[in-house]
Design a protein around this ligand. Structure first.
Ligand SMILES: C[S@@+](CC[C@H](N)C(=O)[O-])C[C@H]1O[C@@H](n2cnc3c(N)ncnc32)[C@H](O)[C@@H]1O
Length: 157
């Protein structure tokens, strides 16, 4: 199963880039993983938040095919423990999912069209993180889930 993380705008802080690079490489030992970066919307200051979400939504949906499983990362989504997230991943692998696409919304979240297309919503916490910060937090959790499935001593209960 291939996993893609779709994000909006380049990662702008070096401390995040370093962490994402470290955990992205570790993750790649377990499964094909890539980050797809959608460029920031131009002249977003002249747009309403709804217009910005719509435009981001079109670009997000361009990244997925009808066969892909699209999962939104959203603070209002389903909350799982790390062990339960590892089981959640395993279920998709066993079910033969070919391409699992996680997406992090822009500063204002997701458009209605993206929410409608999504196959599920996962929360990393009830707290809201910046769309930059959540990249590293999610990749570490994905690595943790895969290390649990592979019996590695990274996670301790
Ligand atoms: C600043 S937040 C946007 C918050 C906005 N109020 C909303 O309605 O989504 C930017 C993005 O980061 C991600 N995010 C932030 N906190 C999260 C959390 N606790 N769990 C999962 N994703 C989160 C989501 O993808 C969100 O769309």
């Amino acid at each position: 199963m291939k996993v893609t993380l779709v994000v909006i705008g380049k990662t702008d802080k070096d401390y995040l880039k370093k962490g994402i690079d470290i955990y992205g490489k570790r993750l790649f030992h377990y499964l094909p993983f890539e980050i797809k970066t959608i460029p920031d919307i131009k002249n977003s200051k002249n747009l309403t938040t709804e217009q910005q979400k719509e435009k981001e939504g079109v670009l997000i949906l361009n990244q997925v095919t009808a066969m892909d499983q699209l999962i939104l990362l959203d603070e209002k989504g389903e909350e799982l423990s790390s062990v339960d997230f590892s089981k959640w991943m395993e279920k998709r692998m066993v079910a033969g999912t070919k391409h699992l696409v996680f997406v992090i919304g822009g500063p204002y979240g997701f458009s209605p069209a993206v929410k409608e297309r999504a196959n599920g919503k996962l929360s990393l916490s009830k707290m809201t993180f910046s769309h930059q910060m959540v990249r590293l937090i999610f990749i570490e959790q994905l690595y943790r889930a895969m290390s649990i499935l592979n019996g590695e001593p990274y996670h301790h209960e």
